[in-house]
Design a protein around this ligand. Structure first.
Ligand SMILES: [Zn+2]
Length: 292
């Protein structure tokens, strides 16, 4: 299941034919949000630039292995995160800051999350794609129903992997009720999870493994992340109230690092556009102040 937009697919095709102009377009398109992501991990400015440059290099080197399993943006974010973890040898960097307190049991798989792309395990990749489809369908339903409460719960459970008690504290809901909802959603996704976890059909694997698989796939597909245009609308204050509250939750409470990087980049773009416009106005009015 390809996550590539038409525009990105076309861009990639040209890059694969060694079109330098297309490569320059790709770098221009993504460099801002990648730099914002790196800086947000409190690495020095010079390091952030090195890491991003390295990420683009790695991307080119691995071009043959990338088949659109994650969107271009997500793929680049994951490569960059991998690069930063390698360099600082720090703890794993969860996609959501709210997920940072998740337990040790799920620690191990995260380091692998960017490397599985190069694994040529077609069957497993297909299983994951099926599970991802059912996740995307769940998110779509919740969005269409404008059921932002459950959408937020699903994100806290499966994207940030927060514990029921932590979610209860944050939302004021009863943790038993959250456990019940979680059970229901897992059941809904279950047939696919069983396949993706264990093709032989043994579903008795530990719960943590299910959780971490869901979280891993969530990072790859990011089914609930608002589009960049929606984040732009949020900045400009043009979204409806429920959406504004939801995006605020996604960025501030859940702390999605990918969307935060996009927002930082959009803010910077807006500021630069303002500066350019101000320069233009000042240029055009400079005569009024000459010789006065
Ligand atoms: Zn996000």
């Amino acid at each position: 299941m390809s996550q590539l937009s038409e525009a990105d697919r076309y861009l990639l095709e040209r890059i694969r034919q060694s079109d330098g102009e297309a490569w320059s377009q790709l770098v221009t398109k993504f460099q801002g949000r990648l730099l914002a992501f790196a800086r947000a991990q409190r690495v020095r400015q010079a390091d952030a630039e090195d890491f991003v440059q390295d990420t683009f290099l790695r991307f080119l080197r691995g071009l043959d292995d990338y088949r659109g399993e994650a969107s271009l943006e997500t793929y680049l974010f994951l490569l960059l995160r991998r690069r930063i973890i390698d360099a600082v040898r720090g703890p794993r960097l969860h996609a959501c800051s709210a997920g940072e307190s998740a337990g040790d049991a799920i620690e191990a798989h995260f380091d692998a999350s960017a490397s599985w792309y190069v694994r040529k395990d077609e069957q497993r990749n297909q299983d994951r794609a099926v599970l991802a489809q059912s996740m995307i369908a769940l998110i779509e339903t919740l969005r269409q129903e404008l059921n932002f409460r459950d959408l937020q719960l699903v994100e806290m459970l499966f994207y940030a992997q927060m514990r029921n008690e932590a979610i209860a504290t944050m939302t004021g809901l009863d943790s038993k009720y959250i456990a019940l909802l979680k059970h229901r959603w897992i059941k809904q996704l279950r047939a696919q999870i069983v396949n993706a976890l264990d093709p032989s059909g043994d579903a008795s694997g530990p719960g943590d493994r299910q959780d971490s698989l869901l979280s891993e796939i969530w990072e790859q597909y990011r089914p609930s992340c608002p589009k960049r245009t929606t984040l732009g609308g949020y900045l400009l204050g043009t979204l409806d109230e429920p959406w504004t509250r939801y995006v605020k939750f996604h960025v501030e409470s859940l702390g999605c690092r990918f969307c935060t990087a996009n927002l930082d980049d959009l803010r910077r773009e807006t500021a630069e556009a303002h500066d350019l416009f101000r320069d233009r106005v000042l240029q055009s009015t400079v005569g009024f102040f000459r010789g006065s």
